[in-house]
Design a protein around this ligand. Structure first.
Ligand code: DC
Length: 204
């Protein structure tokens, strides 16, 4: 079984996807971390502005074990990930890796932006997790321990804009996705609602 969890930055999809994987005993892949690795590799190779060639080369020779998770979790790398994610050759290079992961038994949960639309259009259950930009910025500010709420909100809006407007695999809910707005929910409620969606798909 494949569960696709898509949505904008800081909507809660990572937390929900991890909880689903744990609940059902499935494998879990945070596909955003792949784009973050490519973004970081491109930054290290060429600095800014990011050269497309450096990003494509990094995506084609990606070694996920070469990156520490702590190096990937900052806003500079998040912005770089969103920039390299616009490049079609980068997306193509990461596609088969994600699909191979999704085929694992007994099942897999993948979270990202285009899992339900492009990577796994045949996923058995699709969730699109969203929340208002203001709520997401507040959550991200707490997570990062950042002082400047307005700056975090501006970063989130810039990333939303780039992720949704790009030509290849833009951020959009699949037609058969269940949309869950977590603006007014705590983690436990959002996780429970998501488990219910998947359970309904498992036993129609
Ligand atoms: O989920 P995240 O914030 O770690 O993702 C970082 C960036 O990577 C995001 O702004 C867009 C890109 N991304 C993507 O284009 N497709 C995915 N499946 C996952 C992430």
């Amino acid at each position: 079984m494949i569960i696709a969890v898509d949505g904008p930055a800081a909507a809660g999809k990572g937390t929900i996807a991890r909880a689903l994987a744990q609940h059902f005993g499935f494998h879990f892949l945070d596909t955003g971390s792949l784009y973050r690795m490519v973004g970081l590799a491109a930054l290290r190779a060429g600095g800014e502005p990011i050269a497309a060639e450096a990003a494509i080369a990094a995506a084609k020779s990606l070694d996920p074990t070469a990156f520490a998770d702590s190096d990937l979790r900052n806003e500079q790398v998040a912005a770089a990930a969103s920039i390299v994610a616009v490049i079609p050759e980068v997306r193509a290079a990461l596609l088969e890796l994600q699909r191979a992961f999704a085929r694992q038994k007994p099942g897999a949960v993948l979270d990202g932006r285009d899992i339900g639309t492009v990577v796994c259009p045949d996923a058995h259950a699709k969730l699109f997790i969203t929340a208002s930009a203001e709520v997401r910025a507040k959550r991200r500010q707490l997570e990062l321990g950042a002082e400047d709420y307005e700056a975090v909100l501006a970063d989130i809006r810039a990333r939303d804009e780039r992720d949704s407007k790009r030509a290849t695999a833009p951020l959009v809910a699949a037609k058969d996705a269940v949309v869950l707005d977590t603006s007014g929910m705590d983690i436990a409620a959002a996780v429970k609602a998501s488990i219910d969606v998947v359970e309904r798909r498992r036993s129609p």
